[in-house]
Design a protein around this ligand. Structure first.
Ligand SMILES: NC(=O)c1ccc[n+]([C@@H]2O[C@H](COP(=O)([O-])OP(=O)(O)OC[C@H]3O[C@@H](n4cnc5c(N)ncnc54)[C@H](O)[C@@H]3O)[C@@H](O)[C@H]2O)c1
Length: 394
């Protein structure tokens, strides 16, 4: 293995070009950009102008994978191709860091995760779940994992500040269609929240009941979702999201036997976390309390992160995404042991997303553990793609 991890990026559109620029300018001391590839000529021209002869530019990923100039691949194409390209990279003995979502449907993602586990155990396979590096979510995870929140009772996320006007959807391309993207707000804007929702709950989702609709936009995919779910550990969850509400809300509330965590704020710069700890765990209080209408007392100790702390943190880190890339390089070089986002975990958020769609489409409660869950989802998705085609949408 080279001293620095040599990266090749597949897809240098809006997001891939950002990582290319960051790697090229030396923001990962253990990683370097040695190749990029894009099927679009204008993107290749952009790369040639920006990187001159320091970075190899390819027309297709097969050639880049066979070139011998890279150790790891970052995937930044539209979502459907993510697991397809990941599999090809693994077959070419390359480490893979895929951008979110892991894919559009769990069947494809599970198959490639299994392939990696069985056939390429020595390769690293990660997901670019940058929001796991956000201070608030990390702090919430630490509180939960340390046992201070106790058994989780409920997790509720209202994430309606993904405002997207009609102009966003009308720009065409792959976004906002079943064929191009495989969904709306769930698959484009929410993968981070869906991942964090299941990551923080520390448990698998066992049932989902959802409404997913299109509100106020000329699109086929959903932009308004209200979902409830149950978890294996006995907790329940509610996930509400949209792209048409203004002003929107971002509020995550997790309540447990030991108290409550509330995370709110519209961006990294305004986010705050409040942890209200009970003096005595609620079940114990209820057993021992003799006062009619008595209530558990809360401790004064409340953890808070104020906007300026975030600003300092974000400026010092120069962004969440590059931190995930740095972690990937470090793990490959043995300097860190754990990937921030392991590919297999990518299935959890995507399973929730698929289950929300399926419940809304079928008008019933669904369980990801149902025998034919993956096939049913896949078939229903194909129906929507066919319908879109017959209505003349590409
Ligand atoms: N982690 C994050 O916070 C984050 C943020 C934005 C986007 N993304 C993800 O990044 C991905 C790309 O989004 P984007 O906004 O950059 O899209 P984009 O349309 O701007 O770029 C995609 C690029 O991929 C290229 N491409 C398509 N198929 C290809 C193939 N087979 N081989 C090589 N190149 C190919 C296209 O020509 C295009 O240049 C999406 O999956 C999106 O979800 C992640």
């Amino acid at each position: 293995m080279a001293k620095k991890i040599r990266y090749g990026i597949v897809g240098i559109g809006k997001q891939g070009s950002k990582y290319a620029g960051q790697l090229f300018s030396g923001m990962d001391k253990n990683g370097e950009l040695t190749a990029v590839c894009d099927i679009a000529q204008d993107r290749r021209e952009w790369a040639k102008n920006k990187f001159a002869d320091k970075v190899k530019v390819f027309e297709n990923y097969e050639d880049m994978f066979a070139s011998g100039v890279i150790d790891a691949v970052i995937i930044d194409t539209p979502h459907y191709a993510h697991p397809v390209i990941a599999k090809k990279a693994l077959e070419s003995n390359l480490n893979v860091l895929s951008d979110k979502p892991a894919g559009v449907y769990t069947k494809a993602v599970r198959e490639v995760a299994e392939y990696a586990k069985e056939n390429k155990p020595n390769l690293k396979f990660g997901l670019l779940y940058n929001q796991r590096t956000s201070k608030v979510y990390k702090a919430a995870k630490d509180i939960i994992d340390s046992g201070q929140l106790g058994t989780i009772k409920r997790i509720v996320w209202i994430i309606t500040n993904w405002y997207r006007p009609q102009a966003y959807y009308s720009q065409g391309g792959w976004r906002g269609t079943w064929a191009g993207e495989g969904g709306g707000v769930l698959i484009n804007q929410d993968p981070h929240q869906l991942d964090l929702f299941t990551w923080l709950a520390n448990s698998k989702i066992t049932s989902v009941n959802a409404i997913a609709r299109t509100v106020g936009r000329q699109i086929n995919v959903e932009n308004d979702v209200t979902a409830t779910c149950t978890f294996e550990n006995g907790a329940t969850g509610t996930f509400i999201t949209s792209t048409h509400e203004a002003p929107g809300t971002n509020r995550l509330e997790i309540s447990g036997d030991g108290g409550r965590i509330v995370i709110s704020g519209s961006s990294d710069f305004t986010m705050k976390l409040e942890f209200t700890k009970l003096e005595m765990p609620e079940p114990e209080f209820s057993k021992t309390n003799t006062v009619f209408m008595g209530k558990p007392k809360t401790k004064k100790s409340t953890v808070k992160f104020l906007p300026h702390e975030f600003l300092k943190g974000v400026l010092a880190d120069k962004g969440q995404h590059i931190n995930v890339i740095r972690n990937f390089s470090n793990v490959l070089l043995g300097a860190e042991s754990k990937l921030i986002g392991n590919y297999e975990e990518g299935l959890n958020g995507l399973t929730f997303s698929n289950a929300i769609h399926l419940s809304a489409w079928l008008g019933r409660t669904v369980s990801p553990q149902e025998d034919d869950f993956e096939e049913l989802y896949f078939d229903e998705l194909q129906k929507r793609i066919e319908e879109e085609k017959s209505n003349g949408v590409k």
